[in-house]
Design a protein around this ligand. Structure first.
Ligand code: SUG
Length: 446
């Protein structure tokens, strides 16, 4: 069956800031307290969407979550008007308000795991919102994400929605950032690749500074709920070395597309066995994976993590060739820029590279691939969406004007206390639901 891959990019929210909330994510930790520019951030993301549409890809968009989340603050016992809730919470715990105000829903690679209908026993597209249980500011995302996905992908004959995997202890699930797919074409049955860091029930590794976020049991639960064929499902373990060096999600050190896996030499634990497992899965579907391994002596793990070489989008262009969508940091670094230029002039399947300035998101550890959720859909499935959240040139221009009008160009973490920011943010989101054809979806609209 013919199918297209739609990249649903997260729109950066009006409260985008550098609160340093993500332990183990070096960019987030190192940029704590810097001034952010929410307007530049959202426009950078829209610029990437525009360029991908110009390359002939189908582009979707997911709106930001309501932030600061006054509802979450109320659950901590703060009462009164919204302004009073924020102010009284700030007086008790500024960190709590900063957590409840993070714009982290922009990284839609962590929104959910999605299995296309070609891979599932009931031939529906399956969605599981990630529980994001490892970090408080992200653990408040899954409810709204599920609500949003059910609203957009609403036709029950095509789409099946699951609850997030229950969270407790270390049962983390970080969504598509730790999930990939290899297939001869988007619409063909594929190998679903789940990459986990630990067992939720295993011993904590005291020898590591940073712990893994993804539990194998969560990945297995998603595969079962999605009705995947076990013979076509492969589980690989992230290397502890990579996690400890700051690769908090596997998409910081590996990305797949078509039959290709582009990855760093140190991305996986027991690499040879991991690649054998992948190859034997692919062989069951009649193809060999194309493994594009980047050696550590050409690009060190640290360089891969600071430049986000692997957090690129590896896409198939309408002509069939593959292209990398990279952050400009990879062009500015001599090792990664040399690697990419050698790679595209060799006989690898990657034929082109396009670079984007996404610095606002990058400073919180979010590169091109973090900003998008891949959803492979057939013609009938995409037709059932109507025009909700799909991008057109007109909608893109409307969003650029909307962002320029509603977003601030400077925000410090302490500005999250400002009650005016909530008013501005809700006004912006109210207008946005109209632009995206979503109808009322936020709590403040109900
Ligand atoms: O979960 N940063 C995010 C970055 C997520 C990147 N996504 C992927 N690799 N797919 C995280 O670490 C920092 C936000 C803040 O401080 O407000 C943050 O959550």
């Amino acid at each position: 069956m013919s199918a297209v891959e739609v990249n649903f990019d997260g729109l950066v929210g009006p409260t985008h800031n550098y609160g340093g909330l993500a332990y183990g994510n070096l960019a987030s930790m190192n940029n704590l307290g810097d001034a952010s520019n929410p307007r530049a951030a959202v426009l950078q993301g829209l610029g990437k969407m525009r360029a991908l549409m110009q390359l002939g890809l189908t582009q979707g968009v997911l709106p930001p979550h309501e932030r600061p989340s006054v509802k979450t603050l109320r659950a901590f016992g703060f009462t009164g008007s919204d302004a009073q809730v924020i102010e009284s919470a700030w007086c008790v715990s500024p960190k709590l308000v900063i957590n409840c105000a993070s714009a982290s829903s922009m990284w839609t690679a962590n929104a959910a795991t999605v299995s296309p209908s070609a891979d599932t026993a009931d031939s529906k597209v399956h969605f599981t919102p990630a529980n994001l249980g490892s970090m408080f500011h992200r653990a408040i995302e899954p409810n709204f994400t599920g609500h949003l996905l059910r609203r957009i992908f609403r036709d029950k004959t095509h789409f099946c929605h699951h609850h997030p995997i229950p969270y407790g202890g270390r049962m983390g699930d970080e969504g598509a950032a730790n999930h990939g797919r290899l297939a001869t074409e988007h619409g063909a049955q594929g190998i679903e690749l789940f990459v986990y860091g630990h067992s939720a029930f295993g011993e904590k590794r005291d020898d590591l500074t940073f712990q893994a976020r993804q539990a194998i049991e969560a990945s297995q639960g998603i595969a079962a709920n999605h009705q995947l064929n076990q013979a076509h499902t492969v589980y690989l373990q992230q290397s502890a070395k990579a996690i400890d060096a700051g690769a908090f999600h596997n998409d910081v050190v590996a990305v797949s597309n078509g039959t290709a896996l582009f990855y760093h030499e140190d991305a996986f634990e027991n690499k040879n066995a991991a690649l054998d497992a992948l190859a034997s899965g692919c062989q069951k579907l009649g193809f060999e994976p194309v493994c594009i391994e980047v050696p550590a002596d050409q690009v060190s793990l640290d360089t891969a993590i600071t430049t986000y070489l692997f957090n690129s989008q590896l896409i198939t262009l309408p002509g069939g060739e593959m292209a990398l969508i990279l952050p400009t940091e990879t062009l500015e670094n001599e090792h990664t820029s040399r690697y990419v230029s050698d790679c595209i002039s060799s006989n690898s399947p990657i034929a082109a590279a396009h670079y984007f300035d996404l610095k606002q998101s990058m400073k919180n550890g979010g590169g091109p691939a973090c900003l998008r959720l891949r959803v492979v859909v057939t013609e009938d499935e995409i037709a059932s969406l109507g025009n909700t959240c799909l991008m057109t040139k007109q909608r893109l221009s409307a969003l650029e004007a909307w962002a320029t009008r509603h977003y601030r160009d400077r925000l410090m973490p302490e500005d999250l206390r400002d009650p005016e920011l909530l008013v501005e943010a809700n006004t912006a989101l109210d207008t946005l639901t109209g632009i995206l054809g979503l109808g009322s979806i936020y709590d403040f609209q109900l």
